[in-house]
Design a binder for this molecule. Structure first.
Ligand code: UDP
Ligand code: MN
Length: 367
């Protein structure tokens, strides 16, 4: 009875119509098929259509929804105290919707929270040189290096003293670059490992040695980057600090228990379920020479211990980097605007991406 009432409510009288059909002859063929069989035919068709839509647009929709997961904000008591060695007082109020500090008091740098001119002047006053390291081994060189370097010359620490260090197995293939005053490029030969994972992990050991050598003498602060990305906006001294970590653009809204840390307890990179602050991206980290010596030594040693045990962390050097940053907290975090993947699409909290991922073409560049 209540059902009949509901049906009567419908302006199109759909329910009544169906009921009428049922009364006219249950299971009677429509389009030559009984109703139950017809339903059996439609169900898989609809499911297939649903699966196709989810496949085509599902991840994008999930990404949009993910952007709505709150990241938390800084406690009111902490925010007025937020200052930075290079930028001075941070304008945390300009980005009240995102966290601008960590629980251990390190600033998280978002677009509009800093004054780029203050940081620029501070670096000039202290007469600092900033190093930028990048590895281009195997086919990564042709695919990415030129665009990376050109964009770096255009946007990275503009007007500052910079030394670019390119580590490659083919120094002769490094493109010629005209650089601004006070900026120079050094090419350092490295051995080519046979697996791409080994090339990626070997960076920690090579960097450790370079930081103990000429790079460490020439530069005061160093940034270590993946080559498969390109600068798209001003990337200045506001990013400098003793130990700088990059929030991973794919994981910055995720709850902690979902983060892809290494969980195998046998690995030196292992974090247990209660551990971990954020998920950091190994495509960009930086800091003072001393801090980076410690970081690269820690990661290289962890990788070596794993190799001796016949294991490899799930995300290679990145897993070890995340372990290091759990044990030794970074003194500055960069928002995903400083290393953004445009494939994620539009996000309200991403105002001004300054470095973006290039499309991954693994089939072309790996092994
Ligand atoms: N790399 C390289 N040659 C290789 C593998 C890696 O030069 O065969 C360097 C390159 O700088 C690259 C970085 O190691 O950007 C990390 O590798 P990849 O970018 O493929 O890792 P993902 O960003 O996919 O984790
Ligand atoms: Mn990369």
């Amino acid at each position: 009875m209540p059902l009949r009432g509901l049906g009567a409510l419908g302006s199109h009288g759909g329910f009544r119509k169906q009921e009428g059909q049922r009364q006219r002859g249950q299971g009677k063929p429509t389009w030559g098929l009984p109703r139950t069989k017809k339903r059996l035919l439609w169900m898989p068709l609809l499911s297939a259509f649903g699966c196709l839509a989810l496949y085509l647009y599902g991840f994008r929709i999930l990404r949009y929804l993910e952007g709505a997961i709150p990241m938390g904000i800084c406690p009111i008591a902490t925010t007025p105290l937020l200052t930075d060695k290079f930028t001075g007082v941070l304008r945390h109020w300009a980005r009240s919707e995102v966290p601008t500090c960590t629980s251990w008091g390190a600033p998280i740098i978002w677009d509009s929270t800093f004054d780029p001119h203050v940081a620029k002047q501070e670096v000039r006053r202290r007469n600092l040189t900033i190093g930028l390291t990048v590895f281009a081994v195997g086919r990564y060189l042709e695919k990415y290096l030129e665009r990376f370097l050109k964009s770096a010359e255009q946007h990275f620490m503009v007007g500052q003293r910079v030394v670019f260090y390119v580590f490659t197995d083919r120094p002769e293939a490094v493109p010629y670059m005209t650089l601004g005053q006070g900026r120079l490029l050094r090419v350092e030969p490295v051995q080519r490992e046979s697996r791409w994972q080994d090339v990626s992990m070997a960076r920690m050991r090579v960097l450790y040695e370079a930081l103990g050598g000429k790079l460490g003498q020439e530069a005061d602060y160093v940034f270590c980057l993946d080559v498969d990305q390109r600068f798209t906006g001003n990337f200045g001294p506001e990013v400098l600090a003793d130990l700088v970590a990059q929030l991973h653009s794919w994981h910055y809204h995720w709850p902690r228990w979902l983060l892809p840390y290494e969980r195998d307890k046998r690995s030196a990179a292992a974090l247990s379920w209660g551990e971990g602050d954020f998920y950091y991206h190994a495509a960009l980290f930086g800091g003072s020479v001393a801090a980076l010596r410690k970081l690269t030594a820690h990661c290289a040693l962890g990788q070596q211990l794993d190799r001796e045990r016949g294991i490899e962390a799930v995300w290679h050097d990145e897993s070890h980097l995340n372990k290091f940053f759990w044990l030794y907290k970074p003194t500055k975090l960069l928002s995903p605007e400083f290393c953004w993947d445009p494939k994620i699409g539009w996000r309200t909290d991403i105002h001004h991406p300054r470095l973006i991922w290039e499309p991954k073409e693994y089939a072309l560049v790996r092994n």
